[in-house]
Design a protein around this ligand. Structure first.
Ligand SMILES: Cc1cc2nc3c(=O)[nH]c(=O)nc-3n(C[C@H](O)[C@H](O)[C@H](O)COP(=O)(O)OP(=O)(O)OC[C@H]3O[C@@H](n4cnc5c(N)ncnc54)[C@H](O)[C@@H]3O)c2cc1C
Length: 394
């Protein structure tokens, strides 16, 4: 069966869903193809920190009602090392900008609900997605939906299918350059039923490795521990996780971690990845399909949002004014911000983690950087500006 739309979008993550909503605001039709079920995408636990620009965009589009009610604006973060906490006053250093803690799966729920309410088309549980003819003016996507072989003909294809998606592989190797960096550690992340232990996020550097105290809601806390990326989660009992968190987060004034039942735990690897360019013919990659950052800088979801904002604008000018300049510039426009975020995420990661082969010199460098960051207004402002997010048109 053949169907047609202007923009075929692969992936119903934050990038694909937001793109479909932005295009709909301009009267441009699209169809979103998603390999998982609605329930699965609405319950997968991932990011939680939204930059000011992401919050402003969602609010301006009328998508921020639940986020304003249930999310929490944070005006600072804490860097903790040598048994002491040091607050970085984000808002004071950035003319009132802040971050909002609102879980990614709640963002996804809000986007799905909004798109379906508009009568938009999101096909869940699609299989065998294949992209064809992206060099022509009539690219198409073949896939199976409800046991039926389908073909979606479109003017443009947006590959928003995440790091493990299929869209990126349609770009011939000769037309792409890939940049990667793996880190010799992973993060063990838990969800714990407990009240928050702190009002703001705590990034802790300790002899035993990095720890992060984050939150999801007044009842549910998200915490992370640096660990061996090859480690088996079965080696980490709940008691061991809590003990390790307490040791890494200990302060001289006896700060207490509020604990409760751990309801989910997993280990994730950390890597940086960028493909250049982010476009080929009529295929445009956005979000994790084109780049990955280690989560230390909380940038992944926010980069996905910035990409699709540029893509929606470029497509709008194409359809309304027959202009192709923004489409041609799409990759370069996005990559400037992507590399800024790659650097910030790498910098935070390098400053806060223990490297397995690190010597005393390397550790002294980390301490010197931490000390400078918390004691120089200029250094703290640089961290704050990047953390709350550079303006969307930066
Ligand atoms: C533990 C963790 C913590 C994080 N914390 C933060 C944070 O605090 N702040 C932040 O900004 N970022 C964070 N990130 C990163 C953030 O989650 C990602 O950058 C974000 O999900 C990217 O959105 P996306 O839409 O590009 O991709 P995804 O969210 O990966 O969505 C891609 C979608 O495409 C679908 N798909 C895949 N293949 C196919 C196919 N062949 N056909 C059809 N559909 C397909 C997938 O099922 C998925 O639904 C975190 C990530 C992790 C793992």
């Amino acid at each position: 069966m053949n169907i047609r739309t202007r923009v075929g979008i692969i992936g119903a993550g934050p990038a694909g869903l937001l793109l479909s909503l932005l295009l709909a605001m301009e009267g441009i039709d699209s169809i979103v193809l998603e390999s998982r079920s609605r329930e699965e995408i609405e319950t997968t636990i991932r990011a939680g920190v939204l930059e000011q620009g992401t919050v402003d965009l969602m609010t301006g589009m009328g998508l921020g009602e639940r986020m304003q009610r249930e999310g929490a604006a944070h005006h600072g973060i804490e860097l903790r090392f040598d048994g002491s906490g040091h607050r970085i006053p984000l808002s004071e250093l950035t003319n009132g900008r802040a971050i909002t803690v609102y879980p990614q799966h709640e963002v996804v729920k809000d986007f799905v609900a909004a798109r379906l309410k508009q009568g938009g088309s999101i096909l869940f549980n699609v299989k065998d997605v294949q992209v064809s003819d992206v060099s022509s003016s009539q690219p198409h996507i073949r896939f199976v939906h409800k046991q039926e072989q389908m073909e979606l003909q479109c003017d443009f294809i947006a590959g928003c299918d995440g790091f493990h998606g299929v869209a990126r592989s349609s770009i011939p190797a000769s037309g792409q350059t890939v940049f990667t960096r793996s880190y010799p550690f992973g993060w063990l992340g838990i969800l714990m039923q407990a009240p928050p232990s702190a009002n703001e996020l705590i990034y802790a550097y300790s002899e035993r490795g990095f720890a992060l105290v984050s939150t999801r809601s007044p009842e549910l806390q998200r915490l992370y521990l640096q660990c061996d990326p090859q480690d088996d989660i079965a080696n980490w009992s709940d008691a061991l996780i809590l003990e390790e968190l307490q040791v890494r987060l200990a302060t001289r004034d006896n700060w207490q971690l509020l604990v409760g039942p751990i309801i989910q735990k997993s280990i994730l690897a950390m890597r940086s990845f960028v493909i250049e360019p982010m476009q080929y013919g009529r295929l445009f990659l956005a979000g994790d399909a084109a780049h990955i950052v280690p989560p230390t800088g909380a940038k992944g979801l926010n980069l996905a949002v910035a990409d699709v904002r540029h893509l929606a604008r470029a497509l709008t000018l194409f359809y309304k004014e027959n202009r192709t300049d923004l489409l041609e510039a799409y990759s370069n426009t996005c990559l400037r911000r992507v590399w800024r975020a790659e650097h910030f995420s790498w910098w935070m990661t390098s400053m806060l983690h223990r490297f397995p082969d690190d010597d005393a010199f390397g550790q002294r460098m980390q301490r010197a950087q931490l000390d400078y960051t918390v004691s120089s207004r200029a250094a703290a402002t640089s961290l704050a500006e990047n953390y709350v997010g550079l303006p969307i048109d930066w």
